[in-house]
Design a protein around this ligand. Structure first.
Ligand code: AHG
Ligand code: MN
Ligand code: MN
Length: 333
């Protein structure tokens, strides 16, 4: 099989479609390199001294794990010097981070969830990194929150790395979704699937069912009907999976279909949901839509939402088209 590395893929896409300008290519390669470093740290586990709590909390009042903090630092360091960014924002930083004065500034904004699935770190279950790329608006500094407050439809690129049995990087620049697998011997990401497509129908749902009593009626109805199986109105048996790392759950869905739901519930209604719009829901929605799926809050398309703050939360229902549309139709009725 002819090996196509991430670098070669990006250059060839630029030649063929003119979509990946050198600055964006540098950005994506730098992010991929940072993900490689995070993958190495995750892989060392207890031997690397990276497990356990950092002893600090982030702005969302969540205890930070050592790997949350380390992954954030790796992404910051990797991206500071290249001259491709105007600013960075992260789940683990209260405010956007400016590019240090000694380095030139570029036109892009990078947002990330440096380590997704923190509750899985200490139990050796898959975790990941999620990222979103925006253009910095003219006349606004990339260290200001308002530069980042753009709907998901304006994303230039998005992706995630999943640190599982193998490390993979899944990427979109707005023309399909492509998967790269880390060749650990060569140290490079190699293209392993082009144009991933999510089947429109599925028999697999992903939701934290322990929250059932807190869900809104449309989601309770949908899940109940799925669980009734062959004997119920759906007339087929459904399976359920919940890794509790959004990256791992969404990766399964991008690979073989399914619906991922972290819907609005009574526990999170005040804050608008559990997952974060700018660096979890938007980039994953971009991937899901580019792979033929649908991503909604239940009431509106996630990527159409006008954000009003950096760490805004949002209900998330995404995946196989026909199932997500069914959940949305239950919200409408
Ligand atoms: P993070 O580790 O970045 O804070 O994100 C965790 C998120 C997401 O990855 C996952 O789907 C969800 O939290 C799991 O939540 P529950 O523990 O409530 O199931
Ligand atoms: Mn996360
Ligand atoms: Mn995280």
């Amino acid at each position: 099989m002819k090996t196509i590395t991430l670098t070669q893929f990006l250059i060839e896409e630029q030649r063929a479609k003119g979509e990946i300008k050198p600055d964006l290519r540098l950005l994506l390669e730098v992010v991929a390199r940072a993900c490689k470093r995070i993958s190495i740290a995750v892989g060392k586990g207890a031997l690397g001294g990276v497990l356990g709590d950092a002893g600090t909390s982030n702005i969302q009042d969540e205890a930070q794990k050592k790997l949350d903090v380390l992954s954030n630092e790796i992404l910051l360091q990797a991206n500071a010097w290249g001259g491709h960014l105007a600013g960075l924002a992260s789940e683990e930083m209260d405010e956007p981070s400016a590019i240090p004065d000694e380095y030139p500034k570029g036109g892009y904004l990078l947002l990330f969830d440096p380590l997704d699935g923190s509750s899985n770190i200490d139990v050796n279950v898959s975790v990941g990194t999620i990222f979103s790329v925006l253009r910095c608006p003219e006349g606004v500094s990339g260290s200001e929150e308002k530069a980042f407050l753009q709907p998901g439809t304006t994303q230039v690129a998005a992706g995630y790395a999943v640190y599982g049995p193998s490390t993979m990087l899944i990427l979109t620049v707005g023309s399909g979704v492509h998967a790269f697998t880390l060749d650990r011997e060569q140290g490079s990401f190699v293209l392993t699937e082009r144009d991933m497509m999510i089947p429109e129908d599925t028999k697999e749902i992903a939701i934290n069912a322990s929250n059932e009593r807190h869900w809104e009626a449309p989601v309770q109805r949908y899940v109940k009907e799925c669980f009734e199986g062959k004997e119920g109105v759906r007339g087929k048996d459904f399976n359920m999976r919940w890794v509790a790392s959004m990256v791992a759950d969404v990766h399964r869905i991008v690979t073989r279909g399914g619906v991922f739901m972290y819907p609005l519930d009574a526990k999170t209604v005040k804050q608008g949901g559990k997952l974060r719009l700018m660096y979890e829901a938007n980039p994953m929605s971009f991937i899901i839509e580019q792979a033929g799926g649908v991503a909604s809050t239940g009431r509106e398309r996630i990527m159409d939402m006008q954000p009003h703050k950096l760490h805004q939360r949002v209900p998330v229902i995404m995946g196989s088209k026909n199932e997500v549309e069914k959940v949305v139709s239950y919200h409408a009725s």
